[in-house]
Every structure is written in structure tokens, then in C-alpha cells.
Design a protein around this ligand. Structure first.
Ligand code: FAD
Length: 380
């Protein structure tokens, strides 16, 4: 751990998941002096559990689709160019897991600029009747990254501090975080308890469990269906994941039933193909942090108390332009990526860098302040 003599930093980043590590990498590449902090180590939260597929989001036309499609292209280029040793490029077959999803797949096929093809015979031969009969889309290029490997590689050379942050102090234009100081603070703490009173930020923790297995079956491509089944960067190891559990929280103190999670994963995988001689090698579990409107968040944080004091009638629906809200000074948050944190991280980190270095405006659609007016109305 470096001593704090290198302080003050240009930027302190709290949270060393994929968003924190990718931001640290991008800002350091842009010449900023960065400190990265985590209470449990690099990729110890949701990021360390991720299957980390760099897959397109199958969604209908709209803002979310535009952002996800740009992010997907940037992520493929980012990981294959800068971290090829942690990136496995393989064809990708996305199979709808319900008739409703089938409709999305069919409209995506018509709208996407991504090249897609008929499923090769050797892959068809592996699939169950359910998988063969569902709507699907096959791309000859998909990717999966080694989540922990790539986060550690991005954080290499960055000053890292193993610290649990309890309070954020801002004094005379400087953020004081323990013994460290910086003008700018970046919060990338995922689904963990918030460090500022920002109750308006709508986030949900979605628990996920995935497993690495050995099997006698060769998996030639990345398969997304009820769960994902995929080759990995780790030789013959196959990954199966992940569950989506909105009810379980590790912060509840309740124990998590690992055996039940494994059973669910293997049962779901059996809808896609028959896996022979399964031996479970490792379990990975963590929380995704999803926003209420499915868009990620990148932006400054409204000081709710000060803003409500200045504009008390927001509570009664008065329409105030977000540029007039009062914001915490020099704090930017990245969060809310849901199940697409690895797809979105390079896109969000790039825009964070452009904002901090070139003062290029952030996209207001991604601002966490979008949740403020509705929350404020409920405070009356
Ligand atoms: C099972 C599973 C499978 C997934 N599969 C994919 C996938 O295939 N593709 C994809 O793109 N995404 C996937 N995701 C989603 C992706 O992992 C998340 O979107 C991403 O990890 C979010 O990263 P983050 O950096 O925002 O948060 P996290 O990785 O959760 O990091 C937050 C960090 O902040 C630290 N922290 C919190 N509070 C404090 C504090 N007070 N002081 C110090 N440190 C603190 C925590 O220790 C943690 O390390 C998956 C997630 C899960 C759980």
C-alpha cells in the first residue's frame, strides 16, 4: 500500500470493481494522478462474481438501445486491444427464454447493424428441442473477459488503498478521505450502502450466483438462454451463470443457500443442452446494482437537502431546470449498470475522463439527478 505522501491526488475513486478500475485506468492514461480505494480488495464486489460477457443487449429501439450498442462496440475494442490476455473472443448465440423475449429478438434482428448469421450445423446438433424452436440470433463475434484478471490488470500501477470509507469530508475545496486528499471524488460503490444522503438515486441490488465447471462436453460458443453457458479464458473450464435473485441481500445477515443456487443453474442449463459429467469447480456470488429505469448512471450528485431548501416548491411539482439544482462539489458517480457492468465500464470511464480533463458535458440522460424531482414530490 503506498503511503499518503503522494497525496493530494487529482482524483480519488472509492470502489475497485470494474467501474472503479476502468475509471482509474482511463484517468491515469489521460495523465491524472489517481488513488483507488476498496474495503475488500480489487474486484471483491459484484465485479468479481461476473460472468463478464461482452454481449449486445437485446432491446427494442430507444435511448437504452443506442447507448448499449455504442457501449458494446467500445467494450469489444477496449478489451481486445488493451487486455487481450484476459479476453476470449468466440461466436455468440442468444436464444430467447420466453415468447415475449422472442419478440424482442425478432425486432432486434431487423434493427441491428450487427452482422448475424444462421446457426452453424455443428452448434445446432448440440441444442435441445426447446432451444432449437425458440427465436435466436447468432453472431460470429462475441467475447467474455476474465473479470478478476481484467480488473487487476486495469488497476496495475495505480495507488491502491485497502480502506473502508465511512464518511466523506469536503473542506476548502478538497475532499478529505481518511489521510488522502483530492479535488475530485468518483464513487463507484455498486450496490453497497450509499456514502451520501442521496435517497433519490433509485438503485436495486440483484443477487447473482454463477459456477465454473468441468464437463466432458466441448462448448464451441457463448450461449445465452435461461442462463449463459460458455467457454472461458481458463482452458477447458466452462462457466454457467447467473441467477437473478431480487429478494436475497448479503446485507440482511441471512445465510445464502449455495446448493440451491447450484441446482437452479444446472437445471436451467439443461434447457439449452445436455452437459455430461459435470464437476463444479468454483462458485461466484455477488450483487449487481441496477437502476430503476435500466439506464446506467454517470454524473454529479444533487445535494437534496440544500436543493429542497432553495426550491421548496419542487415538493409540489414545481419544474426546476436540473442545472439550477445544488450539487455536491466535484463528485461524480458511476452506478446502475445492472447485468452489463463490463459492457458499460469502458464507455462510462471514457466519458468520465472527457468530463474531468476536457470539461466535455456529460449526457444528461445518464445523470443520477433524473430521479430527483419524482423523489422530491414524495417528501411533502
Ligand atoms: C453473477 C453476476 C454475473 C454478471 N454477469 C455480467 C456479464 O456477463 N456481463 C456484464 O457486463 N456484467 C455482468 N454482471 C454485472 C457486473 O458485474 C456489474 O454491473 C458490475 O460488477 C458493477 O461494477 P461496480 O464497479 O459498479 O460495482 P462492484 O463490482 O460491486 O464494486 C463496488 C466496490 O465498492 C466497494 N465499496 C463499497 N462501499 C465501500 C466503502 N464504503 N469503502 C470502500 N469500498 C467500498 C466494494 O467493496 C466493491 O468492491 C454480473 C454480475 C453478477 C453479480
Amino acid at each position: 500500500m503506498p503511503t499518503s505522501k503522494t497525496s493530494p491526488y487529482d482524483v480519488i475513486i472509492i470502489g475497485a470493481g470494474v467501474n472503479g478500475c476502468c475509471s482509474a485506468y482511463t484517468l491515469a492514461q489521460a495523465g491524472l494522478n489517481v488513488a483507488l480505494i476498496d474495503q475488500d480488495g480489487i474486484a471483491s464486489g459484484g465485479s468479481g462474481a461476473a460472468g463478464a460477457f461482452i454481449s449486445p443487449k437485446i432491446s427494442k429501439a430507444g435511448e437504452l438501445k443506442e447507448i448499449m450498442s455504442e457501449a458494446h462496440a467500445e467494450a469489444l475494442a477496449f478489451y481486445t486491444t488493451h487486455f487481450p490476455q484476459f479476453t476470449l473472443v468466440k461466436p455468440l448465440l442468444h436464444i430467447a427464454n420466453s415468447p415475449k423475449e422472442g419478440e424482442k429478438v425478432e425486432s432486434f434482428k431487423h434493427e441491428t447493424h450487427l452482422k448475424h448469421f444462421a446457426i452453424p450445423h455443428k452448434i445446432q446438433a448440440l441444442l435441445s428441442a426447446e432451444a432449437l424452436n425458440a427465436s435466436s440470433i447468432y453472431f460470429d463475434v462475441g467475447a467474455v473477459v476474465d473479470a478478476q484478471g481484467v480488473c487487476n490488470a486495469m488497476a496495475e500501477g495505480i495507488d491502491f488503498y485497502l480502506l473502508k470509507i465511512k464518511e466523506l469530508i469536503h473542506n476548502e475545496g478538497v475532499w478529505q478521505i481518511g489521510a488522502l486528499q483530492a479535488k475530485h471524488l468518483v464513487l463507484t460503490i455498486g450496490a453497497y450502502p450509499k456514502l451520501l444522503p442521496i435517497d433519490y438515486v433509485g438503485l436495486r441490488g440483484i443477487w447473482g450466483h454463477r459456477i465454473d465447471i468441468e464437463t466432458s462436453m466441448h462448448i464451441p460458443c457463448i450461449l445465452h438462454h435461461h442462463v449463459s453457458i460458455s467457454p472461458t479464458t481458463k482452458g477447458a473450464t466452462v462457466a454457467i451463470g447467473a441467477t437473478h435473485d431480487v429478494h436475497y441481500s448479503p446485507f440482511s445477515g441471512e445465510p445464502y443457500d449455495v446448493e440451491q443456487g447450484r441446482t437452479i443453474l444446472i437445471e436451467k442449463a439443461s434447457h439449452t443442452l445436455r452437459l455430461n459429467n459435470i464437476n463444479i469447480i468454483k462458485d461466484y456470488m455477488g450483487l449487481r446494482s441496477g437502476s430503476n429505469d435500466y439506464l446506467p448512471m454517470l454524473g454529479n450528485l444533487v445535494d437534496a437537502e440544500a436543493t429542497l431548501k432553495k426550491f421548496p416548491h419542487i415538493r409540489h411539482g414545481e419544474n426546476i431546470d436540473p442545472s439550477e439544482y445544488l450539487y455536491y462539489p466535484n463528485v461524480t458517480m458511476i452506478n446502475g449498470s445492472g447485468g452489463y457492468g463490463f459492457v458499460l465500464a469502458p464507455y462510462l470511464a471514457k466519458r468520465l475522463g472527457e468530463w474531468l480533463v476536457e470539461r466535455k458535458e456529460l449526457n444528461p440522460i445518464l445523470s443520477p439527478s433524473r430521479f430527483f424531482p419524482r423523489w422530491a414530490k414524495r417528501q411533502s
